[in-house]
Design a binder for this molecule. Structure first.
Ligand SMILES: *Cc1c(COP(=O)(O)O)cnc(C)c1O
Length: 589
């Protein structure tokens, strides 16, 4: 059986009357109309440096890539005509090993694209450092279980005609120096536009997921008589970075050496900034629709870039992907259709409390079995379990919970707690690596009192296990550095309760004591920075001791109602189906 890539109807390959072979694959259709739409219909081209489809294809490092994956999954379900472009990152991001002392050791996460994808017959070229560099592409088709199909092109410079150096351009995700990064961005942005065209895609909009791909605007300018109005009509830009330092910038001498003159330098400077080529600015100047990934992030972006019209489309997660098996079964039974219409989760109250609790216990058992298997530590099914896992980088403040060990010990004597951590540090993020070591020191110090686990090699699979199997999902980024965050939305889909700093999406998601708890003041309140840090710590410890622990151990019914609110008031909104519907109506149409 095949599925019609446009309407999703199952088709018997033997009997199919409508078929076509393009890009090395045969597709089957229910009717001439679907076939015609597939071949001739215009698509949204979604560009992202990283894409998190599955853990077998390790071309992601964190939230940005997982968001791209969820964008693709929701688009396929909703039959949004989208094609994605990314880099093949053949040596992956990294596979993490952690020594007993807590030192991170990185191994390449090499993978073989040919096991999952087929190589396109077409190649394109871009100019890099005065050389013609050939680019090939791997095609991966993501077929929705209920809807359409989204193709992803993974660009690859590992081609025989290229110099050994150029063959490595698409090897390492976020590896190398400034020049290496610029070369990757040339391949992604300029190479991507050329590859789409050469392999027969017709494009109605170019969506840049973060500034990494914004060189595509220069290729479009070159193609279309350098007319900026035409390019703006075609381009959509989503920024993900809330602070000035986070935006990719390249000195013009490097740009000239590496990129050459795709359009005259004067034009690049006009849109990309006078002093340095600022990828965010380039995208801002040449996109008609620009958005931040949460309301607060939009406000910050407007402050960073005054004078631009910037909207907000708050991120979401793919409901089906991030809901564990036991909750999927429950939702199927009481809220059929929820996966493609997550708004139905608003009716979570139809589900009996006891069944919610049992579904959670099942997810928790599975997580604890996984922990046992991987670390040989037996955690207790009945103890309040706190989860914290994300990229190990300073602003996420993985160590905040351990700021006052005496306090933590006191809390644990009132009501037992245990915790599970996880996260990879970028190979060059020394402070991130140091954080992992620091957490391991705390783990040893508290060994005989509070059981704390650090899971190795945090990835999407572990994220799914953790965000469904713990009781409380802790999130402590330093405001305002979390543009959105998404792992807490995964937790909400599984009835796990959020306990988080008021930054990113949680400002929109929290109702104190109803959908979860806040750590620290709202950004609207006028406190100084030192005071804020103080209040965050007080909230962290006080709420854990006086609100969370008593409710978990003594008022289980109230606890389950909060779990239900997590589903009915958080997950029903913070999902990527809602997010993509908004991109369609506000940005794509
Ligand atoms: C969901 C996810 C993230 C994003 O988590 P945040 O807490 O929002 O940063 C990062 N990494 C992986 C592997 C994920 O699955």
């Amino acid at each position: 059986m095949a599925r019609d890539p446009i309407c999703g109807i199952p088709i018997d390959k033997e009997k199919a009357r409508f078929r076509t072979t393009v890009r090395g694959r045969t597709y089957y259709f229910c009717c001439e109309y679907c076939k015609h739409t597939f071949l001739e219909g215009e698509k949204i081209a979604y560009f992202s440096m990283e894409v998190g489809l599955t853990d077998d294809i390790p071309t992601y490092s964190g939230g940005l890539g997982v968001l791209a994956g969820d964008t693709i999954r929701s688009s396929a379900d909703l039959k949004i005509p989208l094609v994605a472009v990314s880099l093949v990152s053949k040596k992956g991001y990294l596979k993490q090993e952690i020594t007993v002392e807590g030192k991170q050791i990185e191994h390449p996460a090499e993978w073989a694209p040919s096991e999952f994808m087929n190589e396109l017959p077409t190649q394109v070229r871009v100019q890099i450092q005065g050389r013609e560099v050939s680019i090939k592409a791997w095609l991966y088709d993501h077929q929705s279980l209920i809807g359409g199909l989204v193709s992803i092109l993974f660009l690859d410079t590992d081609v025989e005609d290229n110099t050994p150096e150029d063959r490595e351009i698409t090897s390492f995700l976020y590896g190398g120096d400034e020049r290496y990064r610029l070369k990757q961005e040339i391949v992604l942005g300029i190479g991507g536009v050329r590859m789409l065209k050469a392999s027969g895609f017709k494009i109605r909009k170019y969506h840049m997921n973060e500034g990494h791909s914004s060189l595509l605007t220069l290729e479009l300018l070159r193609e279309r008589d350098k007319n900026p109005a035409k390019i703006r009509d075609l381009c959509v830009f989503t920024t993900h970075t809330p602070v000035e330092a986070g935006h990719d910038k390249f000195p013009y001498d490097v740009v000239q050496k590496v990129m050459g003159e795709i359009v005259p330098l004067e034009i690049v400077k006009r849109y990309g900034g006078r002093e340095r080529l600022n990828m965010t600015l380039l995208a801002l100047n040449l996109s008609k629709y620009v958005n931040g990934v949460a309301k607060r992030h939009k406000d910050l972006s407007i402050k960073l870039f005054p004078g631009y019209h910037i909207s907000a489309i708050t991120n979401g997660v793919h409901s089906f992907t991030w809901t564990c098996e036991s909750f999927r079964k429950l939702f199927d039974k009481y809220l059929p259709g929820w996966a493609n219409e997550p708004e139905l989760l608003v009716r979570v109250d139809l589900i009996p409390d006891e069944e919610i609790w049992q579904a959670h216990m099942e997810a928790k058992r599975k997580l604890l079995a996984f922990v046992m298997e991987n670390t040989n530590v037996r955690l207790d099914q009945d103890i309040l379990t706190i989860g914290f896992a994300r990229r190990a980088t300073e602003y996420k403040r993985m160590n905040l919970l351990f700021s006052d060990l005496a306090k933590l010990r006191e809390i644990n004597s009132r009501g037992r707690i245990q915790a599970i951590f996880g996260g990879k540090a970028h190979p060059k993020d020394w402070s991130g690596k140091h954080l992992i070591e620091e957490i391991h020191e705390y783990i040893r110090e508290l060994e005989n009192e509070i059981k704390i686990i650090y899971l190795e090699n945090y990835d999407m699979q572990i994220s799914a296990k953790l965000t469904s199997g713990v009781d409380v999902w802790l999130n402590t980024p330093l405001p305002p550095l979390e543009a959105s965050g998404t792992s807490g939305m995964k937790a909400a889909h599984n009835g796990v309760i959020n306990f988080s700093v008021l930054d990113g999406w949680w400002i929109e998601g929290y109702v104190e004591g109803v959908t979860g708890w806040a750590i620290g003041p709202s950004p609207k309140e006028s406190f100084g920075e030192d005071e804020r840090r103080q209040i965050e710590l007080e909230d962290l410890y006080h709420k854990l001791q006086y609100l969370i622990i008593p409710k978990f151990y003594n008022r289980r019914d109230d606890w389950i109602h909060m779990m239900e609110n997590s589903v009915g008031k958080v997950a029903y909104y913070f999902n990527s189906h809602r997010m993509m519907r908004r991109y369609v109506t506000e940005a794509y149409l």
